[in-house]
Design a protein around this ligand. Structure first.
Ligand code: M6R
Length: 607
């Protein structure tokens, strides 16, 4: 959740680290700080709030030096104050940390008994004072770091610098990502390759239990016992320019406009347009043999999984269990060995989803993960990765990753249905054609921007909003409600439209708008009846439909957005786009911090 960036080399470290933090700010943004070595001394600058506050502090009080580490924080232990901001340290060492040290209370008691004095409420300071303790005992930095690392429990990525040791930085990780960037006479550490994108394309991804000792010319990888390990340098495809806003007001707006592109790119990887067949990466198990599927994920990725369930059950006739990962990991459901475990995650680092993955593995479930970040922890721990080709998603609110996940799940459904003998060649061609048509239809959604903005004018006045949908449109409604809550702070709840009369109908009046997704599918009439019931009670109906449904919807809706008519199979992918756009437009009207909404972080690497 936090971002780490570090450099040792020949250039002024602070601007390099600061720019890295800018790229990582999406991971956490409640406070930030940088430490460098100035004439061999550890110097730190830290500020509460966004990075701009740190920039102002650095302007007043510059930080020279060529060895530096920085951090952008999402608070877990201790309020987001300057004092609790990283780097933590003493006159001997400074550290930055991402994750949680689970045994910090025990360590803290021991260290206090040994005379160490804590200044913060964080778990992270324990690492600094533990390393410092070993330095005071006369150990060299590498030995002091390894000694400390062996005592840590929990999930962590950490970077350290040491007084009197210019050009030395030590990194380590366990269940949290950390990457080493190789430059020319300079080396870097970063929480992900995004941080390092403008600095180098040559990156080595660290693995659980790795420690690395870095100098401007070398990186020595080892385990926590100091035994050497080999890590290969890979060339990352990320270009510095691929992470700008490209003239859009927010990353979210840019990423919304990338929906057609990412759907197309993801299809390119999974579909042969000539034969109109789905070609999945080679699977280490047989889709024809899996008795059931278990889907788990968090947040928006979970809603993508819910749509996947509708598809797998209806088209592939495969029974599916689904639960949010934070429940799945503790629920201990009876599962059949050899089932298909489907984990869905943009980041591939979400702590609950990762824990669910591990618990499924213990039950001999085949692990297939739908992931956007190629070099993530989940990617390493899966039997097969079904990659979404969405590119970096910076806005905390997930948009394009969601439709890319759906695109992968749609392809997986087709492949599963074929393997299970539920889909003949003609039917597969038909579904694949619908998918291939999607990028163009998705581009047409943006013709509706004015209609969506008009809807936003109604929603922005509301305190509560109800979202309704039936069948695969129910998760679309859930996605719309989550997005609205997340970035505009307006309370929204989604219901399966048929459930409305079992309770939420009592909420309906002129002040609670109803947003419904109602394309002209088999459930069109049923959903329309539910909307009639709401209207009869004074409800204001804001409806997303398609060209086929427009006439009927216009008779009852106060406002509607008309999308191109597409095959039922792909309709949830298309309908998601305007629902996300509505949340965006409402947030813009409210003037909230669209890309970095309060209290949130992009990848939730704590439980
Ligand atoms: O990286 P992941 O896909 O695993 O993240 C899961 C959720 O945290 C994420 O979808 C979250 O709900 C988004 N902020 C929603 O916009």
């Amino acid at each position: 959740m936090c971002g780490i960036c570090g450099v040792v080399g020949r250039r002024h470290a602070t601007p390099i680290v600061f720019e890295g933090l800018r790229r990582l700010e999406y991971r956490g943004y409640d406070s930030a700080g940088i430490a460098t070595l100035v004439d061999g001394r550890v110097e730190r600058r830290r500020a509460a709030g966004k990075l701009d506050n740190l920039a102002a502090l650095l302007k007043k009080s510059p930080l020279p030096g060529t060895t530096g580490i920085g951090h952008t924080r999402w608070a877990t232990h201790g309020a987001p104050t300057a004092c609790n901001a990283h780097p933590h340290g003493t006159e001997r060492v400074a550290i930055v940390h991402n994750g949680i040290i689970e045994n910090f209370e025990t360590l803290r008691r021991e260290l206090e008994a040994a005379g160490q004095v804590f200044e913060t409420e964080t778990d992270s300071e324990t690492i600094a004072l533990l390393v410092d303790y070993h330095l005071q005992q006369g150990l060299e930095p590498k030995e002091a770091a390894l000694r400390a690392l062996r005592r840590l429990e929990g999930a962590y990525a950490v970077a350290m610098i040491f007084a009197g040791h210019e050009g030395l930085m030590i990194g380590a990780c366990h269940s949290a990502p950390l990457a080493v960037g190789f430059g020319d006479d300079e080396m870097f550490l970063g929480s992900d390759s995004l941080a390092l994108a403008p600095l180098t394309r040559r990156i080595a991804y660290m693995e659980d239990g790795d420690c690395v000792v870095i100098t401007p010319k070398s990186a020595e990888f080892m385990n926590f016992d100091g035994a050497p390990v080999e890590r290969t340098i890979q060339l990352t495809a990320l270009a510095a320019g691929s992470i700008g806003k490209d003239g859009y007001r927010h990353y979210m707006e840019k990423e919304l406009h990338e929906h057609p592109l990412v759907i197309g790119q993801t299809l390119q990887r999974m579909v042969d347009p000539a034969s109109r067949r789905v070609i999945l990466p080679e699977l280490p198990f047989d889709l024809a043999e899996v008795p059931r599927a278990v889907i788990t994920a968090c947040g928006s990725a979970f809603f993508a999984g819910m749509i996947g369930r509708y598809w797998l059950e209806e088209i592939a006739r495969l029974p599916v269990d689904i639960d949010v990962a934070s429940e799945m990991r503790y629920r201990n459901p009876p599962l059949t060995a050899g089932s298909l475990g489907l984990l869905i995650s943009q980041s591939g680092e979400t702590a609950d989803t990762l824990a669910a993955l591990r618990s499924l593995r213990e039950k001999a479930i085949h692990i297939a993960s739908v992931l956007n970040v190629e070099h993530s922890t989940m990617a390493r721990e899966s039997d097969v990765v079904l990659g979404t080709v969405a590119g970096p998603e910076i806005s905390v609110a997930s948009t394009k990753a969601f439709t890319a996940q759906l695109t992968v799940l749609a392809c997986l459904t087709i492949a599963t249905a074929r393997a299970r003998g539920k889909l003949d060649t003609l039917a597969e061609e038909h579904l694949v054609s619908a998918l291939l048509d999607l990028p163009s239809r998705a581009a047409e959604v943006f013709n509706q921007t004015d209609a969506i903005r008009a809807m936003a004018q109604v929603v922005v006045e509301a305190r509560d909003v109800l979202y309704l949908g039936r069948g695969s449109m129910f998760p679309v409604a859930m996605e719309g409600a989550l997005k609205l809550k997340e970035i505009s702070y307006i309370h929204a709840e989604a219901y399966a439209a048929g459930e409305m009369k079992h309770g939420p109908i009592s909420l309906i009046d002129r002040t609670v708008p109803i947003v419904a997704t109602v394309p002209s599918n088999a459930l069109f009439e049923k959903t329309l009846s539910n909307l009639q019931e709401a209207k009869a009670r004074g409800g204001r109906l804001l409806v997303f439909t398609d060209t086929k449904g427009a006439e009927r919807v216009s008779a009852i809706a106060e406002q509607m957005v008309v999308l191109p008519h597409v095959h039922d199979f792909v309709a949830p992918i298309l309908q998601t786009i305007p629902v996300q756009m509505l949340a965006y437009e409402v947030a813009v009207l409210k003037g909230t911090d669209v890309d970095q909404p309060r209290n949130l972080a992009k990848s939730v690497t704590v439980e």
